[in-house]
Design a protein around this ligand. Structure first.
Ligand code: GLU
Length: 486
């Protein structure tokens, strides 16, 4: 049987890091097994529906490189199934359960339900729908129920949960899991607004879409006994379940938006590459090997198994994410993010720079910044004349030795006909040896003159990328303002 999985988000807001992980694991699992990965939008709860959320889910997955295989829309690779367009299917299935005695009509008002809960709380019992005393098909009888339905009374349909039995299943990550039906509520399947609840729609769709493995977050574990009961109420086999570990902050509290970034767009806006975030998120609970952290999507597909997913909560280590971003900064093809640097340059009003030049600056500076968006500010001197220089740095490095040697070094640069890193290095080295000086005597002053800053890439590489004219222009400008020389 070929593997079929689904990512089934509800469009209730921005995509959370945990949802990205769920989407990713489903994708990796499907691809690993040559199976099918479906996107299903679970939008039956109209009160929590957020306009634009579906589009954000799709664009986030696309950005992350997570692909879907099936579409209800012709030609659209990412076009999802939408539960709100399938209401009739759920109604028909609720009817099947009414007819086979596994579901029943209930007519209670919200006041009546509140009273029931208050009574239960006062008696110290956990609130749970009490089928034996409330207004439903059991207490009213079939005839009265029919009469009320004919009269158009408001109703919902509830699952008839067995009074006392064990509901057990084997979770691919957590092993044997069992619940007592005593702790399971007579779940509403169809609400009075005519829409199904998550539970009914989810189970019906997983069955009709022939889902073989349900891979989802641990927060859905308490729903699973209801789902198991639903499968058996329909006479269906349940799919395999795999509940992914919770995501935790470093203090081991549950990752929540009150404690920092949790939405994918926040990391995206900061400038993290999709490759970084996907690689990092993949390792939140999955450890293919102890000695390796960097994986391409294809490598993850090749080695992904649910057996290697832990059940213990996974700690979100921000430092590790930053480290990973720096690693990706060093190894990602600069062509991929030239446009990001260009965007920041445009914001500064700098437009006359070629892609080729931007690329050279990226290669020069990428070990020193974390995000492409920092290149234009960290390396501003590569794109425009520095507006000033770091006073403190000047006071430290502009020694007497430097002040007397630098004019000669400038002359060497001015006379150089080959303006490359090795040629410049050789020429300066020769001068230093002749004058019994060391690189340390002149490199920082030179940095000050060219960049105005205390940190940056190697000076000879920097000069080569800048080119002779731009280098000398910078040197002359800062030299003048330091020495007052004309
Ligand atoms: N709609 C649920 C969610 O928002 C899906 C849970 C599941 O995968 O069954 O995550």
């Amino acid at each position: 049987m070929s593997v079929r999985v689904r990512f089934a988000p509800s469009p209730t807001g921005f995509v959370h890091i945990g949802s990205l992980r769920t989407a990713l694991y489903n994708y990796l699992f499907a691809k690993h097994h040559g199976g099918t990965n479906i996107l299903r939008i679970e939008d039956t709860d109209r009160t929590r529906f957020v306009e634009g959320a579906e589009e954000e889910i799709i664009s986030t997955c696309r950005w992350a490189g997570i692909e879907f295989d099936e579409s209800t829309e012709k030609g659209g690779k990412c076009g999802p199934y939408r539960q709100s367009e399938r209401t009739e299917i759920y109604r028909q299935h609720a009817t099947i359960l009414l007819e086979n005695g596994n579901a029943y009509y209930a007519f209670d008002t919200s006041e009546e339900l509140d009273k029931m809960r208050e009574r239960q709380q006062a008696a110290g019992i956990a609130p749970k729908y009490d089928r034996s005393i409330m207004r439903n098909q059991y207490t009213l009888g079939d005839e009265e129920t029919k009469r009320m339905l004919d009269e158009g009374a408001e109703f919902c349909i509830r699952l008839k949960v067995p009074l006392s039995s064990e509901i057990a299943f084997n979770d691919m990550i957590r092993g044997h899991v069992s619940f007592s039906s005593r702790d399971v509520d007579d779940q509403i399947l169809m609400k009075s607004d005519g829409f199904p609840t998550y539970h009914l729609a989810n189970v019906v769709d997983d069955r009709l879409m022939e889902i073989t493995h349900v891979i989802r977050g641990e927060e859905w574990l308490p729903s699973t006994p209801k789902h198991i009961l639903l499968y058996s109420a329909f006479g269906w086999d349940a799919p395999q379940f795999a509940h992914l570990p919770l995501l935790l902050n470093e203090d081991r509290s549950k990752m929540s938006k009150r404690k920092g970034d949790v939405f994918v767009y926040q990391f995206r806006e900061k400038g993290f590459f999709p490759e970084t975030l996907v690689n990092f998120v993949a390792l939140l609970g999955w450890n293919p090997t102890a000695d390796r952290e960097m994986f391409t999507m294809q490598e993850m597909i090749d080695s992904f198994t649910l057996e290697k997913v832990n059940k213990a909560g996974a700690v979100f280590d921000y430092k590790k994410l930053e480290w990973m971003q720096s690693e990706y900064m060093k190894k990602t093809d600069p062509d991929k993010f030239v446009y990001m640097v260009r965007n920041s340059l445009n914001e500064k009003g700098i437009s006359e720079v070629s892609d080729d030049y931007i690329k050279k600056v990226i290669i020069l500076l990428r070990e020193r910044v974390q995000f492409p968006t920092q290149i234009a500010s960290f390396g501003d001197y590569m794109f425009e004349l520095p507006k000033g220089y770091d006073e403190e740095f000047k006071n430290k490095v502009w020694t007497e030795k430097a002040a007397s040697a630098i004019p000669m070094v400038i002359e060497i640069l001015r006379n150089a006909d080959e303006f490359t890193q090795p040629a410049l290095h050789a020429k300066v080295q020769e001068f230093l040896t002749e004058n019994k000086l060391g690189f340390k005597d002149i490199m920082n002053p030179l940095r000050l003159l060219i960049t105005g800053k205390s940190v940056g890439a190697g000076m000879f590489e920097t000069m080569e990328v800048l080119g002779k004219d731009a280098t000398l222009q910078r040197i002359d400008t800062i030299f003048q303002s330091i020495t007052g020389a004309k």
